[in-house]
Every structure is written in C-alpha cells, then in structure tokens.
Design a protein around this ligand. Structure first.
Ligand SMILES: Nc1ncnc2c1ncn2[C@@H]1O[C@H](COP(=O)(O)OP(=O)(O)OP(=O)(O)O)[C@@H](O)[C@H]1O
Ligand SMILES: [Mg+2]
Length: 241
C-alpha cells in the first residue's frame, strides 16, 4: 500500500464569501503521476493554491507528508498556471532557473559552479540552453513555460505541483515534458498536474482526480477514469468553454 503524500480533508474555499470548492476529500499517492481534471472554473487552481498555502480556506485541512503545507513547501516545486506570472522584470533565463536552487541555499548565499551546472542541466533537459542569457521578457509563451519547468527540475524537489504545464506548448515539447516527468517518477518523485486534454489523461498519468467544485471521482486511471464520471464533471455546460 503506497503512502499518501497529500491528504485533503473536508476542504472548502471561498472568494469574497462565494464558495468555489467545497467538502473536498482527496489523497495523492507518493510516487504517482496524478492528474487533476475538470472544466474551466471547476476550482482546480484554487485547490492547488490551497495545497501551496496560497489562500485561506473557509474550513478543512491539507496535510503534506503529515505536515501543514507551510512546513512542507521546501520539498515542493510549483509551476503556476500561465498568465499568473509577471514576466516583465529584467532577468535572464539562467537567473530564473537558478531561483530553483535558492530553496536549498537560502536567498543570501552565493551561487557556485555546481548550482550553475545544475541550472544548465535543467535548461538542457528542456532544450533551452541556447537561450540562457536571453531576457525572459524576450521569449515566446511556450519558451517561458519551458524555462519555468527547467526551474522546477533544478529545484530537485520530491514533489512537483504543476498547473497546466502543457498549456500553449507544442507537441514536441509536450512529449519532452511527459518523458521528463516519467523519468523523474522512476527516480521516486511524485506529481500532481492540472491537465486539460482529456484525450491524453490515460497515456500521461496513472492516477486522476476529477473535480467540479467537489470531487467527482479519484483513484487509479482504471478506477476513476470512466465515461460516467467525465460526463458528470463536464455536464454543466455553463462552466465549460
Ligand atoms: N482571486 C479570485 N477572486 C475571486 N474569484 C476567483 C479568484 N480566483 C478564482 N476565482 C473564481 O473561482 C472559481 C474557480 O477558479 P479556478 O481558477 O480555481 O478554476 P480552474 O478550475 O483552475 O479553471 P481554469 O480551467 O480556467 O484554469 C472560478 O469561478 C473563478 O472565477
Ligand atoms: Mg486554473
């Protein structure tokens, strides 16, 4: 029986008193590739932010390795949803990836050769090493997304939480990212990934959480990825696009 890396119990979150997710109970297995799937506005990013301690729930609790999120964040690499990040600050690609190392060193320590080598390794995994000195404001959307993934790889966390990392990514890069995720899983890492394309859930993930304001189904792909569950989640056409 694999242990749970995340346990969420009876979590409800509201914005300005409007509840957007309610009574969420879920578990994410260690060493899994778990997808979070559901229509626009289903509360996927809200759930991820609660796990990352970025919002204040109305009620309920989140535990990461049995600890409160704020005590467990060091071991998590987080890739926010595209559009939630301001890319206008003057920084090079290499510096953005090096930020992935600060959690290990603290903000005031100098980066050394080993840190730069780790950052270059991560950039090369994402096939972005040729852009290392480029300003991030001067990259395409997909290239920025790859830099962000390189930063997460450079972080060398045990657990990766990614909010639609494949959004706006070309198919070659998509395969590259999925292969990288599978290789990291083989080394013992765990993944919780918001995913939009229903056609690739089975191919890319081994567990799934189907969400639409509450949890509709969760478990292994075999257990939970069923037509009736998907229909139930996407049935409310007012929240789909
Ligand atoms: N900061 C906020 N203030 C007020 N309402 C918000 C805020 N963030 C999200 N919402 C609302 O909460 C609901 C859930 O939003 P959330 O971003 O979690 O959905 P999502 O499932 O990630 O959607 P998408 O697929 O579009 O990314 C939506 O109705 C959204 O309008
Ligand atoms: Mg979202």
């Amino acid at each position: 029986m694999t242990r749970n890396i995340i346990e969420v119990s009876d979590l409800s979150v509201a914005y300005a008193h409007n509840p957007v997710i309610w009574h969420i109970n879920l578990a994410v297995k260690a060493n899994s590739r778990t997808a979070v799937v559901g229509p626009n506005g289903a509360g996927k990013s809200t759930l991820i932010k609660s796990i990352m301690n970025l919002n204040k729930p109305l009620s309920g609790k989140v535990e990461i390795n049995g600890k409160k999120p704020k005590h467990a964040l060091k071991n998590i690499a987080y890739v926010p949803q595209k559009g939630e990040v301001n890319w206008d600050f003057p920084t090079t690609v290499l510096d953005v990836v090096l930020m992935g190392r600060y959690v290990h060193k603290g903000w005031f320590k100098r980066m050394n050769k080993a840190d730069v080598a780790a950052a270059m390794d991560a950039l090369s995994t994402m096939k972005m090493e040729a852009f290392k000195d480029r300003q991030i404001s001067e990259l395409s959307g997909g290239q920025r997304q790859r830099v962000f993934l390189a930063r997460a790889i450079c972080h060398d966390a045990d657990f990766y939480i990614m909010d639609e990392p494949l959004q706006g990514i070309d198919i070659t890069t998509e395969k590259l990212i999925i292969d990288t995720i599978k290789a990291l899983q083989a080394k013992g890492k765990s993944f919780l990934v918001v995913h939009h394309n229903l056609d690739t859930v089975e191919e890319y993930f081994d567990h799934v959480i189907i969400l639409n304001k509450s949890v509709i189904a969760q478990g292994t792909i075999e257990e939970a990825w069923k037509k009736e569950n998907i229909d139930k989640a996407y049935d409310d056409r007012s929240v789909t696009t």
